[in-house]
Design a protein around this ligand. Sequence first.
Ligand SMILES: N[C@@H](CCC(=O)N[C@@H](CS)C(=O)NCC(=O)O)C(=O)O
Length: 340
Amino acid sequence: MFRLTVGAGLLASALLAALPAMAQPSGSATLDAVKARGTLICGVAGAVPGFSLPDSQGIMRGIDADSCRNVAAAVLGDANKVKFAVTTTQNRFTALQSGEIDLLVRSTTWTLGREASLGLEFAGVNYYDGTGFLVKKALGVKSAKEMDGATICVQPGTSTELAISDYYRVNKMKFTPILIQDLAEIQAAFLAGRCDAYSTDSSALATFRATQTNKDDFLLLPEIISKEPLGYVVRKGDDKWFDIVRWSYFATVAAEEMDVSSKNVDEMLASTNPDIRRLLGVEGEMGKSLGLDAKWAYNIIKQVGNFGETWDRNITVLGVPRGINAVWTKGGLHYAPPIR
Ligand SMILES: N[C@@H](CCC(=O)N[C@@H](CS)C(=O)NCC(=O)O)C(=O)O
């Protein structure tokens, strides 16, 4: 431990004043760390089509990957300054708690238990999902209600496990879980007939089915047995970082609500609509309030796109309908509070 004398303290203040570009603490330890590093470390699954999966050039693609990019664009002005950290269903929360990652966007369901007991909080929902069951048509089952006594392949440490238990309890039926951590292994086990059904978020089941050559041999059962709002997760106790992540998501929704997209965002800088002007940093001090540049939302929209563009690029192409994931003006659940 060392003590500063008054003189040394003055010298230190003078040095700080002389170096304005050096990191002045922002009040957010995570923001400071990300800026000092120059990259955002974002936890994803890295294996799920539509969510996070490297393309043929090794670039991480998907709605979760793009959610990470939104935050990098807002904070660093460059959506590409993301280091993707592959996490599993079981180690994702410790990766965030320990500070290995700055943000987790990994098809992770927002639940009371997770938010109240893990020291983590959910800053936004990028996909309103639900648990489903995928079976082979050859099983001859048309409804989850006919699945008494079934073996079900499920990944451990997921809210899926809990949803299945509740469903079976309510319907007074029994099932045997086959717990397999690795995604490729669980899918292979299901295909090889080790379980009657494969259960996870229905989005992942739909995209898994769509990527099979014999996709018509599979059936997604009609029951969606739980609510699985998947979102952006941060550590508790860094409220400024929470605000940045939360409003990075809201900016994409606000942009879609107002038809501001990556294609027209430059023309929109000349818009007379005050909501658009504030969103794009032409007037007001929205960026400053967040501890960011005035162009924080402009950079997201220009480089990543509005929420609908991100959805279409990653999810629509896999044949999954928008449904409740539309913006509220089109009957969906994505809604941005006023940016003012
Ligand atoms: N949303 C549930 C389920 C998460 C989950 O199991 N996701 C799957 C399918 S979207 C996944 O990421 N699998 C890829 C992997 O584990 O590598 C949760 O938060 O527990």
